[in-house]
Design a protein around this ligand. Structure first.
Ligand code: MTE
Ligand code: MO
Length: 410
């Protein structure tokens, strides 16, 4: 397995600087400096930047985590510039040569392990393009009380872009899924924060049934172009509707397993919630936690931008997107009186399953003053977004409380 490619592969503009001097400049220790050839700077030391991104809010720079202000998600299809970034480790360096020699290994509980280049994927499997939403399991964490540790995402750790690639199930069929296979394990080329190549920043998996869904893709393009580096170039998995962590970036290996995966951030409290409802603040033993599967129903108001000024008595458009994990959104409502009364919004069908559903409503504010616009989605099983935090859990996952914006009527 070669899932650490890129770690030492590129000379950066720091080449020639002694590693010790460089480390001193950054104020960082280099735990593996003794293994480094002279003149090569490990990616672990490269400054984590937001190249190609526009207007994102940085929540953490090591690892790099940046969310999209909700009004920048107004596009029907999320652009590369506005797609959030959630890294658990360090962005790998990926050169053109790395892409040309990139391989995806498919092994574990399969009849014939495969090693596929990106050209193999493009030439030997059916190509599909789907609009697929990805939401971080921790989106909304900021609104959990008591606070849960982790990135304090508000509403912007979500995206919906056009992804092009091949179906994971077609690749698994080529390898031959053994009877014993029940779960996947995913591996990527990013480095652990420590820079230790033996450690993985994240390796999650999904039950075989999710892996075999026709919307679970191995993608090599986004919005008709290369995937942005920060979002997984040159290859990533997309397991839509499930926590974003299931969608491994910089994908190098998928291993089928005969039991639930136990990779980094699969166990303990990571991406897991209590098996039963707990009171806010409860400490829950690891054994009472279960892996998160489908994400819950949710929506955002992308226009107007919060704080907007509108004219009293004049209609204006309120719009946004809604999604519901493995389900479809059945209805969308808005309120301008703090939830006392609601009006039905127009809701579009998704471009395909797992695509955002766009909604709009004409709103008029009767008197001048301060208003809030609240939005709530209901899924096709009748589950509605709550006005306050849903079931508290130790790491603050799955917070699908209603989004609301402020509007002043002049
Ligand atoms: N290799 C790798 N894949 C990863 C991650 C990561 O840190 N490393 N983060 C995961 C998490 S937690 C999320 S929410 C999504 C975020 O995707 P994005 O950064 O492209 O928006 O990527 C997932 N895939
Ligand atoms: Mo995530």
């Amino acid at each position: 397995m070669d899932d650490n490619r890129g770690a030492l592969s590129r000379r950066t503009f720091f080449a020639g600087t002694g590693t010790a001097a460089f480390a001193a400049a950054l104020g960082l220790p280099i735990p593996f400096a003794r293994f480094l050839p002279a003149g090569i700077v490990p990616v672990a030391l490269a400054q984590e930047g937001l190249e190609g991104k526009e207007g994102l809010t940085v929540l953490s720079d090591r690892p790099l985590n940046a969310e999209t202000p909700v009004h920048l998600l107004d596009e029907n299809v999320t652009s590369a510039a506005h797609m959030f970034v959630r890294n658990n480790g360090l962005t790998p360096v990926v050169t053109a040569e790395d892409v040309a020699s990139w391989t995806l290994t498919v092994d574990g509980e399969v009849e014939t392990p495969l090693t596929l280049s990106i050209d193999d994927l493009k030439n030997n499997f059916e190509q599909v393009t789907l609009q697929l939403q990805i939401e971080c399991g921790g989106n909304g964490r900021k609104f959990m009380t008591p606070a849960a540790r982790g990135n304090q995402w508000t509403f912007g750790a979500v995206s919906c872009a056009d992804w092009t690639g091949v179906r994971l199930r077609d690749v698994l069929a080529r390898a031959g899924v053994k009877q014993s296979a029940v779960y996947t394990g995913h591996y990527g080329a990013d480095l652990h924060l420590s820079g230790d190549p033996e450690k993985s920043p994240i390796s999650r998996g999904v039950p075989l049934s999710k892996a075999l869904e026709p919307h679970t893709l191995i993608a090599y393009a986004m919005n008709g172009a290369d995937i942005p580096l920060l979002n997984g170039h040159p290859l990533r998995l997309i397991a839509p509707g499930w926590p974003g962590s299931c969608s491994q970036k910089w994908l190098t290996r998928i291993s089928l397993r005969d039991r639930e995966h136990d990779g980094e951030k699969m166990t303990g409290q990571s991406y897991r919630v209590p098996k039963y409802p707990v009171a806010p603040g409860t400490e829950v033993p690891d054994g009472d936690m279960k892996v998160i599967e489908s994400m819950p129903v949710k929506s955002i108001v992308t226009a107007p931008q919060t704080g907007a000024r509108v004219n009293t008595g004049e209609a204006f458009e309120v719009r946004g997107h809604a999604w519901a994990g493995d389900n479809e959104v059945a209805a969308m409502d808005v309120s301008v009186d703090f939830g006392a009364t609601w009006a039905r919004a127009d809701l579009a069908r998704p471009a395909n399953r797992y695509a955002w559903q766009h909604w709009r409503a004409g709103v008029m504010l009767p008197e001048h003053g301060y208003y809030e616009i609240w939005a709530r989605a209901t899924d096709d099983e009748g589950r509605m977004q709550p006005a306050t935090q849903p079931g508290w859990n130790p790491r603050g996952y799955l917070n699908n409380l209603m989004h609301r914006i402020a509007v002043f009527a002049l």
